[in-house]
Design a protein around this ligand. Structure first.
Ligand SMILES: [Zn+2]
Length: 312
């Protein structure tokens, strides 16, 4: 951890000792008062490991151009514990969006103070104390999916946080690729082996979405269906990435059309393809159909499993 200080030139990173004090003082709970997620739990698969999704973030950035960077700070002030705040990885990303314009340093200093008081208030409170916090843990499956543990007050225990988490995660994944978008991409590809680049990029976005630790499903059956679905994406993406290119060549750069090469197999009169070229193209097109159908099956099973288990 502390190799950061020597490797990243020009960045005023925190010393490991500072990082350790900040996270333990925050009780490993996110300092955003609207979040307060517990960020650490034992691994369910390895008794020597933990699942951890916390971050010690800079209130004013470690280097020029970063979120809330303040040039009036000295290096010592920037690396001081006073400039550090403990957050869950979600909130740490959130506060730095758009160079931190929505989360001013005053807000973060306020979160830090509130959190300190909140942790102190809850210190040594027992389970039977009605004002104490109740900690409920979500289940977890698989080694790469760090799930979130929520802190909820005793007064609102009617909710089903597991279901809520999975519904929310499904909604977020639908923003990346929904059924309508997939059907369109599928029809485009099966139609004349072409599609919009933007539409095919959605497949990558799904992989990125589900590669994030917090975007796993808690329900084991849904998570398994999701794993099967995303496992069928790379084969199709490989064909699009390696064997498609811009056609026609002069297009808007915004959302251009790409097509399985060589294009003259779809556009008569350009060049006469040899038998070998034609066979190669046909083989790739056939392979792509196989990959599309495999992806279509796993995606439909994933969606059906979600509908059945979450009743949505
Ligand atoms: Zn948080």
């Amino acid at each position: 951890m502390d190799q950061n200080t020597t490797e990243k030139k020009g960045r005023d990173d925190f010393e490991t000792t500072v990082i350790n004090i900040v996270k333990t003082q925050a009780a490993y709970i996110c300092s955003n008062p609207d979040c307060r997620k517990l960020t650490i739990a034992p691994s369910l698969t390895d008794e020597n490991k933990v699942q951890y999704m916390g971050k010690v973030a800079h209130i004013t950035a470690a280097s020029p151009g970063g979120p809330r960077y303040d040039s009036s700070y000295s290096e010592a002030e920037r690396t001081n514990i006073n400039n550090a705040i403990f957050l869950c990885s979600n909130c740490a990303d959130l506060i730095d969006k758009n160079k931190g314009i929505d989360y001013k340093k005053e807000v973060l200093f306020d979160w830090k103070t509130q959190h300190k008081n909140w942790v102190l208030e809850n210190l040594n409170k027992s389970k039977t104390d009605t004002s104490a916090i109740a900690v409920s843990s979500y289940g977890q499956r698989g080694g790469i999916i760090a799930q979130v543990v929520n802190i909820t007050s005793n007064t609102e225990n009617q909710r089903d946080p597991i279901k809520e988490h999975d519904i929310e995660n499904f909604r977020l994944s639908e923003k990346v690729l929904n059924n309508e978008q997939w059907v369109k991409l599928r029809e485009d590809l099966l139609g004349d082996a072409s599609c919009r680049k933007f539409d095919s990029d959605r497949l990558d976005n799904v992989l990125t979405h589900f590669s994030r630790a917090e975007n796993g499903f808690i329900d084991e059956e849904i998570n398994e269906a999701k794993e099967n679905f995303i496992a069928t994406i790379p084969a199709l993406k490989d064909i699009i990435d390696c064997h498609f290119d811009l056609w026609p060549y002069q297009q808007d750069i915004e959302n251009y059309s790409i097509q399985l090469k060589p294009h003259y197999l779809r556009h008569n009169g350009y060049v006469n393809p040899t038998m070998e070229q034609r066979r190669e193209w046909e083989e790739l097109f056939e392979q792509m159909k196989v990959n599309i159908n495999a992806l279509n099956d796993t995606y439909n099973i994933f969606r059906k499993t979600i509908k059945r288990k979450l009743h949505i």
